[in-house]
Write a protein that binds this ligand. Structure first.
Ligand SMILES: CC(C)(COP(=O)(O)OP(=O)(O)OC[C@H]1O[C@@H](n2cnc3c(N)ncnc32)[C@H](O)[C@@H]1OP(=O)(O)O)[C@@H](O)C(=O)NCCC(=O)NCCS
Length: 136
């Protein structure tokens, strides 16, 4: 059965998924610090097995970033990513009640833009907002 936990900070589960989706895995101490400093997260399980994850980072009121949305390859295409995004957006909408001007960003991996467009995100280049930029 699919179930969800909020704000779980399990380093092994995070690193397992990170590895499964092909991003490698951080050193445990680095992941621990990243999870400790995460504002909100959603972990999805098939019974007790971790199969999906997503998190929000940011200042909790003006700027938030959606980060590390990942679904184990065997479970992709079964709306687990949608479940994760809907939970993150639920939290975002709660904060918007306090601050309607909250800005929410994400950096899509290459070719994953269409997934995020389904939830109302637009490519900055198309939105007259200037490019998103990243330090190389
Ligand atoms: C991207 C990812 C999170 C999507 O999760 P998922 O559970 O497979 O997605 P869902 O089943 O909820 O799909 C929702 C919709 O998005 C679409 N979609 C999903 N991935 C897509 C992609 N790469 N390109 C285009 N559309 C995509 C689906 O077709 C579906 O469309 P529908 O509602 O019309 O049926 C998942 O494939 C993943 O973890 N990939 C590896 C890690 C990654 O790249 N994460 C994104 C980081 S920015």
């Amino acid at each position: 059965m699919i179930n969800i936990k909020e704000n779980n900070k399990n380093v092994n589960e995070f690193n397992l998924l990170y590895d499964l989706v092909g991003w490698g895995a951080y050193d445990d101490a680095i992941t621990q610090k990243a999870l400790d400093n995460t504002y909100y997260s959603v972990s999805v399980y098939d019974d007790t097995k971790i199969i999906g994850y997503g998190r929000l980072i940011g200042d909790t009121i003006c700027f938030l970033y959606i980060q590390d949305v990942m679904v184990a390859p065997l479970y992709q295409g079964q709306k687990i990513g949608t479940l994760i995004m809907n939970k993150l957006l639920e939290k975002i909408n709660q904060i918007k009640k306090e601050n309607p001007d909250l800005r929410v960003y994400l950096g899509a991996s290459k070719n994953k833009e269409k997934f995020y467009e389904k939830f109302g995100f637009v490519k900055r280049i198309d939105a007259d907002l200037g490019y998103g930029m990243i330090l190389k």
